[in-house]
Design a protein around this ligand. Structure first.
Ligand SMILES: [Zn+2]
Length: 155
């Protein structure tokens, strides 16, 4: 985890719906409930496997910590989002709750969001807010996934 101060600011902001959030990743966050140990283990394993692969593919990523990954049941419009400046990825708990979505969430959406973090760490913020631009697409393709900005999932 990079900047703890930024994280704690964020933590304060999400505290009011903490019951809907559990954390995965290398660090456990006090105050965030972890109510599904099995899902947490699966997410943790997928996250660490994917992140290790990104680091392997992009050795300059070695100096960057894996993003904190949390599940947020209040995300409806997107499957995931990446707060690149906070090194924090959120996944939609609503979509994750559907077993039909689990593989896509863990192995497509999660790497998609991680690729945003890798892109930011290596290249900085994209020009003109083009988050699915050339550098992000190249990272996705090198990882072995199509560089799609959208993925259809059912709640
Ligand atoms: Zn994206």
């Amino acid at each position: 985890m990079g900047a703890p101060i930024l994280y704690h600011q964020y933590c304060a902001r999400v505290k009011r719906f903490r019951k809907n959030i559990f954390s995965v990743g290398l660090l456990h966050t006090p105050g965030i409930l972890c109510y599904n140990a099995s899902m947490q283990n699966e997410l943790n394993l997928a996250a660490q496997t994917h992140w290790a692969r990104f680091v392997h593919l992009f050795p300059a990523m070695r100096k960057h910590a894996m993003p904190l990954i949390t599940v947020n049941n209040r995300i409806y419009r997107t499957a995931g989002r990446c707060w690149v400046e906070k090194n924090h990825i959120e996944l939609s708990g609503k979509l994750l709750a559907n077993p039909d979505n689990k593989l896509a969430m863990l192995h497509v959406i999660l790497p998609h969001e991680m690729a945003h973090q890798v892109d930011f760490n290596l290249n900085g913020a994209p020009k003109n807010n083009r988050w699915h631009g050339r550098t992000w697409s190249e990272i996705m393709v090198k990882f072995g996934l199509p560089a799609n900005a959208y993925h259809s999932l059912e709640t």
